[in-house]
Ligand binder design. Sequence first.
Ligand SMILES: Nc1nc2c(ncn2[C@@H]2O[C@H](COP(=O)(O)OP(=O)(O)OP(=O)(O)O)[C@@H](O)[C@H]2O)c(=O)[nH]1
Ligand SMILES: [Mg+2]
Length: 306
Amino acid sequence: MKTTVPEPSGPRRPRLALMGEFSAGKSTLANLLAGTDRLPVQVTATELPPVWLSATASGVTCVRLDGREVALEDDRLANVDLARTAYVRVGLGSGLLDRADLIDMPGISDPNMPPEVWQRLLPEADAILWCTHATQAWRQSEAAVWDMVPEAIRRRSLLVVTRIDKILRPEDRARLLRRLAAETDGAFAAPAIPVALTRAIAGRGDPAIWSESGADRLMAAIGSVLSSIGQGVVGSDEAGAPARLATGSPVAAGPASSAVAAAQAVVPRRIKLGGAGAGPAGSRATARLDPAQSADFRAAIGEREG
Ligand SMILES: Nc1nc2c(ncn2[C@@H]2O[C@H](COP(=O)(O)OP(=O)(O)OP(=O)(O)O)[C@@H](O)[C@H]2O)c(=O)[nH]1
Ligand SMILES: [Mg+2]
């Protein structure tokens, strides 16, 4: 896919795009990862252009399709001219932004949002965190868009099942994860990751809530994604070699890796990464999550939150 938007200047960091249907929780996830509340979250569709959060930028800048850059004086993300804007660039260095850029995309089936608005930015992403709403997860429209995403990107992307707190019964959660495993087999780097985003945000700093919400698993998986980008798995993909990622084991990519550092940047201080279940030092993140581990994980999430 060819880039059709003006490239940002400055050092290039790994770029994670947050995508999914409107109101799937993309901006909530971006806020969680960046440790901020800068991105507006609301029940109805937001109607914002893509918002590119980066520690290498400063202020809030509207990057127009013609390449012109217009600083937004009042830092407000509202009132952006959607027709002329490629994306809004926001300078922010907190949380995961220390290691990666986050691109918060508009919803894919938002009736007020032409698909070009997110399509033209898609080639900029190194990996995608696809947010799917637990109570209507992985609709046909989502699968159809996912088919358009280049294979090399899909292989290092994650399926994040948001609003898992809305599914109360452990057996319903297990059934959902089984369905997703069947319907998305091989389409993502790892099995779907259920997370209660608003709970994780509210419980930031509390290790128990962080873990119960699923945020710790998500951070570990994102750490592996960043590691795979940083370690040149990109090249392996292009050569046709499989590049599946491990989840649940943040040190799968090596304890000194940027993955661990990245994940540590957003976990509560009292949680230490790399405890039980850690992979051998220096091993590459090339295996998918072990099915037994996966079953444990599902049971744990179900039991704790059900
Ligand atoms: N209970 C619960 N609510 C959530 C969760 N994630 C997001 N929400 C809520 O869902 C609504 C939509 O979230 P957003 O983050 O704005 O969704 P979005 O995907 O960015 O939406 P658009 O940008 O409009 O496409 C907000 O009211 C959030 O508070 C979750 O895990 N649990
Ligand atoms: Mg949003």
